[in-house]
Design a protein around this ligand. Structure first.
Ligand SMILES: NC(=O)c1ccc[n+]([C@@H]2O[C@H](COP(=O)([O-])OP(=O)(O)OC[C@H]3O[C@@H](n4cnc5c(N)ncnc54)[C@H](O)[C@@H]3O)[C@@H](O)[C@H]2O)c1
Length: 253
């Protein structure tokens, strides 16, 4: 069965990587997609790609770490496209640093984007979903939150908090039928993973990370997007509050 999604989907970070692939897939599944990103040119390219495939999308420039801006954006999305039925939080970036070098700024910035950003969109959208008795959310964690990662304590802390937050709101809105799940990718070949590296240096990092992955390679963005589509759709109608690792078996025990 090909999953079809009717209604409006808001995808943060939609200009690149996993979120871009997700926005394309949701557009192809029939959703009207609000592509939200701090980089308006990248988001616009995703919108054009969705339109080129006969989908329906619009671009919204947003810094998800800005609470007021998120609230304003959600109002505009809802008046332009309609109430949001599907929310996917993928926006984010981070810089690695050993513990002693995690500055207050880096700590705050990382939590602001990954945790606060997720909180702001959920706070703006979930009460409406619950009132309408319809909607699904996918938030994004990381296997770094599940197993820890050297030089990423700030990022793992933010992604771990996303899990506790998501399970809590999942319980809160469950009586209305609204579902909240979390995807926890392993390494995925995107600009986020590459962090400015290219060529042989990037290949070397890919190989190093692949060594501990049973499936023998890092993931691709188009291998995470279908899991998100599944979690949003009817096939996952009896799933909420779950954390789904997509990591080539790295976390298998
Ligand atoms: N790629 C990986 O290895 C990996 C692994 C685990 C989890 N994740 C998570 O998946 C999500 C997507 O990562 P990706 O690899 O697709 O990254 P990416 O760099 O390809 O895309 C991230 C997008 O988010 C946007 N963005 C960054 N900060 C923003 C902000 N403050 N407001 C709005 N937009 C912002 C960027 O402009 C970019 O378009 C992130 O939450 C990341 O933490 C990624």
């Amino acid at each position: 069965m090909t999953e079809s999604l009717e209604g409006v989907a808001l995808v943060t970070g939609g200009g690149s990587g996993i979120a871009r692939e997700t926005a394309l897939l949701l557009g192809a599944a029939g959703a009207r997609v609000a592509v939200a990103d701090i980089d308006p040119d990248a988001a616009q390219r995703t919108v054009e790609a969705i339109a080129a495939a006969d989908g329906n999308a619009a671009m919204f420039e947003i810094d998800v770490a800005d609470a007021d801006a998120v609230q304003r954006m959600v109002s505009i999305v809802e008046s332009d496209l309609g109430p949001v039925d599907y929310l996917v939080n993928l926006a984010g970036s981070f810089d690695t640093a050993p513990l002693a070098e995690i500055s207050d700024d880096l700590w705050t910035k990382t939590l602001s984007v990954h945790l606060n950003g997720t909180f702001y969109t959920c706070r703006a959208i979930l009460p409406g979903m619950a009132e309408r008795g319809r909607g699904a959310v996918v938030n994004t964690s990381s296997i770094f939150a599940l197993r820890g990662q050297a030089e990423a304590a700030h990022y793992a802390a933010a992604k771990g908090a996303v899990i506790g937050f998501s399970k809590s709101i999942a319980r809160e809105v469950a009586p209305s039928g609204v579902r909240v799940n979390v995807v926890a990718p392993g390494p995925v070949d995107t600009p986020f993973f590459a962090r400015g590296m290219s060529g042989d240096a990037l290949d070397q990092v890919r190989r190093e990370r692949a060594r501990i992955i049973p499936l023998g390679r890092i993931g691709r963005a188009d291998e995470i997007a279908p899991v998100i589509l599944f979690l949003l759709g009817r096939g996952a109608a009896h799933m909420t509050g779950q954390v789904i690792p997509v990591e080539g078996g790295e976390m298998m025990r």
